[in-house]
Design a protein around this ligand. Structure first.
Ligand code: BGC
Length: 812
């Protein structure tokens, strides 16, 4: 019999490479990681052509990060891999190719430093490089390269001082700049840090934002510095001068219980490009990135099919077919001397009379192919303005509808949010328009004010429910002294259950049991199958199941007496995370932020497909990735797992990633739904946010991804949103996710959250990980608080996901 679940059940040794070799951590996958790293690092500064480094230069490498290179962030987003190439090793590879020589006395100095310091601590304390060594190096070398690192991990946020330079870093930079005329800086960081010192210092002629490049990050840095590959990454976040320049910075961690999103829709560049006085706080704007070549972007045509432009003005029309779609054709030419790729971005400026709007909103982008010097590429955009409609949560145009206001719509195109030209045609909408009528959901109850486009705030009527009394926590939930229950403790509990259960596999009545394989083969409907399962089995299935094989984040299903396999999950999003003691290395890909800075969906799909295959090859069914929360604040400890401050870019990058993952037959699991924008106190902190900001900023990426890529699974977050935990919020899970967006996948909690499973089942959160609360749920069924059909609905969605992960088609 063709049992496609065999891999999950028997875990055969079966490499999945087309040539019969293993794909996991294969050179092919490491190459994908390497290429991805090259495509997302961003050249920030290049004066007097300091980069690429001249052939045969003598290079002085400063900074402990050249050895202590950070491949990615920590926590569940970490990856166990065979090696991680540091920047020094990357530069040495260049040396071996005869491209440069490294100044060796510095290597001796750092060797001495690391004899005392802890390698791999990724802290901000810098080695105190003696002035006379710097002076000697400057005499012998053509250029100094300074590396600076920043690390963060799940469960905590970076501190404000980590945004700035440490005293040790400042003194190293000052010394190097005192003696060297040509200085290049490499930022190997999990998130934005201060960059004003780079822009302002004439000695610092070059800078590369290298983010965290995965296991091949050090090699990618070196290849870009040497010009083996031309940098083509562009920023997906604004780099502001100081931490306090970011909107909401002052209140980011003001309370353990709440975070007030008072900046409203003015997140990232929406704030810096709109609010008076904010623009000058920007050092490197959103979308920015240099290349070793130059490009020219020219408008060819800008039009709608519905109306001809007269004197540069054209009408928009809701009635005409495609009357709200603007076509923009651009020609991009490589005007320099080296082959390169350009990221072309299109921003909208929409009327903002009755509703606030940011003065620039990204509405489309495209990365060119590799253009040879002199080569041109035509780029055609079709921009449907309905996708840019704003959610009206004040009834200014139409209450709870997505609206476009009457007035002038302008497009700006270019290579960053600042470096743009305005398209020649202005598009005019005569009347206000509601493009989609929705209803009020997940409204704030305790947000006291929100920002307007002039930087002032409008006071809001406080709701009458500031402390979210509906929330119920798990029975007996206590945070252990060290912070979290360990996965091992839970695994032991789950194993006991499993041992108990397998004993009734020999029950003589087993032949009458419904057989899940019949559902898989299309001979029985999933509803009929579920209808025949005992309630205890159904309830058990709504909780996580014990680990098997190399898995360490638990599974689902696990009723072999009904032929339901136990299908494992595994962490992401920077690669398949298998804990070191399991003895299996995988490929460590670059951080999500770096991937997004490639602005190249193909790269994300390739990474997604490769990681999906590694998941599968290791007998697991679901990769807990991608993370797709918005970079609301640069200090969020998990920003490295997320893409951008912009929702469209986030949504399209996640779309590409999910598509790649699921093409491999593995389930993606988009996370953390939603507003997991800070890690400190994440188990209880309440994100207080307007409906407008929720829908236009924080949910938008999820909506785009779900509508385009149809992920099979989604993870709710730990934190609360407007009073309730998302895993217990029916308005969010049923109302928005399923009814409005048509999501047909499964919903899981985040691991070890503290919400009552009874509430979660009512809301439509299907699976509780890594373990459910079966006794409590059974009691709720017996008392009539929960119905069997509510339990069945969740079980059906879990089983559908298991079928999908097995490669079986879902019958509608
Ligand atoms: C994280 C999730 C992760 C899960 C399983 C949680 O702590 O928030 O992103 O997938 O653990 O390890």
């Amino acid at each position: 019999m063709d049992n496609r679940f065999a891999s999950f059940i028997y875990q055969p040794m079966k490499p999945l490479g087309s040539d019969g070799t293993m794909l996991t951590a294969s050179s092919r996958h490491i190459r994908i990681s390497h290429d991805a790293a090259l495509s997302g690092m961003v050249l920030l500064k290049n004066e007097k052509k300091v980069l690429p480094l001249k052939k045969k230069s003598m290079v002085a490498l400063f900074g402990k990060t050249q050895y202590d290179t950070i491949k990615g962030g920590g926590g569940s987003g970490d990856v166990t891999c065979a090696y991680s190439r540091n920047i020094n090793e990357g530069m040495k590879l260049m040396e071996r190719q005869g491209l440069l020589t490294l100044y060796s006395p510095l290597a001796d100095f750092y060797k001495g430093y690391f004899a005392q310091a802890t390698p791999g601590d990724h802290g901000t304390k810098e080695a105190d490089v003696p002035a006379d060594l710097v002076k000697r190096a400057a005499k012998d070398c053509d250029v100094a390269v300074i590396t600076i690192g920043r690390f963060s991990w799940e469960g905590g946020d970076r501190r404000e001082y980590e945004f700035s330079l440490s005293v040790g870093e400042e003194s190293m930079i000052a010394r190097v700049c005192e003696y060297f005329e040509n200085v290049v800086v490499v930022l190997n960081v999990v998130g934005p840090i201060t960059t004003g010192w780079i822009a302002d210092n004439e000695k610092i002629k070059g800078a590369l934002m290298a983010w965290c490049g995965g296991m091949e990050g050090g090699a990618a840095v070196a290849e870009l510095l040497c010009g083996i590959v031309n940098p083509s990454g562009h920023l997906t976040d604004t780099l502001a001068r100081d931490y306090m320049d970011y909107p909401g910075a002052d209140t980011f961690n003001e309370s353990k219980d709440y975070a007030n999103y008072t900046e409203d829709i003015f997140v990232g560049y929406r704030y810096f490009e709109t609010i008076p006085g904010a623009a000058e706080k920007v050092v490197y704007p959103f979308g920015y990135g240099l290349s070793y070549t130059t490009f020219d972007i020219k408008e060819q045509k800008c039009w709608t099919e519905a109306a001809k432009a007269k004197k540069g003005v054209a009408s928009l029309s809701a009635e005409a077919e495609n009357g709200l779609t603007i076509h923009l054709n651009l020609e991009v030419k490589n005007t320099g001397r080296m082959a390169g790729r350009q990221v072309v971005q299109v921003y909208l400026n929409a009327p903002a009379v009755k509703l606030t709007r940011a003065s620039r909103e990204l509405v489309a982008f495209k990365k060119t192919k590799l253009l040879k010097p002199g080569e041109k590429e035509l780029i055609a955009f079709d921009i449907d303005l309905r996708a840019a409609a704003a959610f009206d949560d004040i009834g200014a145009v139409k209450m709870s509808a997505r609206v476009l206001e009457a007035g002038e719509y302008r497009l700006f195109y270019g290579s960053s949010v600042r470096d743009t030209e305005v398209a020649k045609t202005v598009f005019v909408l005569d009347n206000d328009l509601a493009v989609e009528q929705l209803s009020s959901k997940v409204a704030p109850t305790a947000l006291s004010k929100r920002m307007l486009a002039d930087g002032s705030y409008v006071e809001l009527e406080p709701g009458n429910n500031p402390d979210s009394p509906c929330t119920t926590e798990m029975e007996g939930w206590t945070l252990p002294q060290h912070g979290l229950l360990t996965h091992d403790m839970l695994n032991e509990m789950r194993l006991d259950d499993a041992r108990r259960r397998t004993q009734f596999g020999e029950d003589p009545e087993s032949r009458q049991r419904p057989d899940f394989m019949k559902v898989a083969e299309g001979k029985m409907s999933i509803e009929e199958f579920v209808g025949r399962l005992p309630i205890e089995v159904l309830i058990e299935m709504l909780g996580g199941q014990p680990n098997t094989g190399v898995a360490d984040t638990f599974g689902m299903g696990n009723f072999m007496e009904y032929n339901i396999p136990n299908v494992m999950t595994t962490d992401g999003p920077a690669g398949v995370r298998i804990r070191p003691e399991r003895g299996m290395n995988t490929t460590a890909f670059p951080s999500a932020t770096l991937l997004a800075c490639s602005w190249d969906p193909d790269i994300l799909s390739a990474v997604g497909f490769a990681a999906g295959m590694e998941t599968k090859e290791n007998h697991m069914g679901m990769w807990l990735a991608p993370g797709m929360n918005i970079h609301r604040n640069p200090l969020c400890g998990r920003n490295f797992e997320y893409y951008s401050e912009d929702p469209l870019l986030t949504g399209l990058m996640a779309t590409a990633m999910v598509t790649g993952i699921q093409q491999s037959g593995t389930s993606a699991c988009i996370k953390h739904f939603c507003c997991n924008n800070k890690e400190e106190d994440r188990m209880r902190c309440d994100a207080r946010v307007s409906e407008r900001a929720l829908r236009d900023i924080y949910l938008k990426g999820f909506e785009i991804c779900i509508k385009n890529a149809h992920p099979w699974s989604l993870m709710t977050c730990y934190n609360r949103v407007n009073g309730l935990y998302p895993s217990e919020n029916r308005e969010l899970l049923q109302g928005i996710l399923r009814d409005e967006w048509g999501y047909d996948g499964m919903v899981t909690t985040d691991w070890l959250n503290r919400v009552s499973q009874v509430n979660e089942i009512k809301a439509g959160n299907d699976l509780k990980m890594p373990a459910g609360e079966p006794e409590r749920v059974l009691k709720a069924v017996e008392s009539g608080e929960l119905s069997r059909s509510q339990i069945e609905a969740c079980a059906v969605r879990i089983l559908k996901t298991i079928l999908r992960m097995g490669g079986y088609e879902i019958k509608k």
